[in-house]
Write a protein that binds this ligand. Structure first.
Ligand SMILES: [Fe+2]
Length: 299
């Protein structure tokens, strides 16, 4: 069942949401939003093509793949590409492709949109982003009809805004250990971006969102999700950010190494004393590594 957080009429802001519900649920659970960006002139195909042309040599800015992708496909096992990114863009109707344009805020016009969105999210969430947010990013996703984005979890806190076309996104509860296990989380935060494993038998534990232009979905850090595009080409804008110190990440790393040593670590949040000790150890190791690197640099 879908969780919505829409206000009945536009408020003049970019995001139209119930403010109290947004603050209560932000980064705890997924929910739907409405937005005012679907008709923005900078989100037209021509403008996105200009971005692709300008960034095509920089593989940190542009990613694309094509071919049949399964829900449980690993990122590092996608089929070989037979087209250039410009060709894939121009043949999106047939190419079964997924194109990602990252860091669009390098262009000042897009930077303004990112900053306006982040300012709204900061106000709505009640969080002090200067304290908590390390890096923010705005990303375009372009998908061919019917294209699947594999099951995964992200390190970023995300609001995905639909600009053109329809897509289904299936989001699972980040605290549902039937769906995502402690071992998977430990591996994800330590060694393997693909550690989250899709379990078809638990698909019915997800929330299904149908995104149409003018709607979007908030996906908290660590919520497993996968996407199936609708019958047309889709454009989505992702507004996302990294937390400065995502405390749980270090706890999962500590638990990863403890498990490797044959121990049975306590999951984060179950023991205040245990969590504090792990934070101390991992924090100390990180500091030592930084110092070592610095000394190596000077020597
Ligand atoms: Fe994602």
């Amino acid at each position: 069942m879908e969780t919505t957080m829409e206000k009945p009429k536009a408020s003049g802001r970019l995001l139209d949401v119930d403010e109290q519900a947004f603050r209560r649920e932000f980064d705890r659970t997924s929910f739907m939003v409405k937005h005012q960006l679907a008709d923005h002139p900078l989100f037209k195909f021509e403008k996105l093509f200009e971005l692709v042309q300008a960034r095509k040599e920089n593989n940190k800015d542009i990613y694309f793949d094509m071919g049949d992708i399964k829900i449980n496909q690993r990122w590092d096992q996608t089929p070989a590409r037979s087209l250039s990114v410009e060709e894939a863009f121009n043949r999106l109707e047939q190419a079964n492709a997924w194109i990602i344009i990252r860091h669009i805020q390098k262009d000042p016009a897009y930077l303004k949109i990112l900053e306006d969105c982040m300012a709204e999210v900061e106000k709505l969430s009640g969080l002090d982003f200067k304290r908590f947010v390390k890096a923010k990013d705005a990303i375009f996703f372009l998908n061919s009809p019917g294209r699947v984005t594999p099951y995964h979890i992200d390190r970023e806190c995300n609001i995905l805004l639909q600009i053109r076309g329809d897509k289904y996104i299936y989001v699972f509860d980040k605290n549902d250990r039937t769906v995502i296990t402690e071992e998977e989380l430990e591996r994800f935060w330590t060694v393997d971006n693909n550690a989250a494993t899709y379990k078809e038998q638990h698909q019915n534990r997800s929330t299904e969102y149908l995104l149409k232009p003018g709607t979007g979905v908030h996906v908290p850090v660590g919520c497993p999700h996968w996407v199936k595009n609708g019958g047309g080409v889709s454009i989505s804008l992702s507004i996302n950010f990294h937390y400065r110190n995502f405390v749980k990440a270090n706890l999962y790393r500590a638990n990863y190494y403890m498990r490797k040593m044959g121990l049975k670590p306590t999951p984060p949040g179950k023991s205040k004393v245990g969590d504090a000790m792990k934070r101390g150890v991992i924090g100390g190791l990180t500091k030592a590594r930084r110092m070592f690197k610095k000394e190596s640099l000077y020597s």
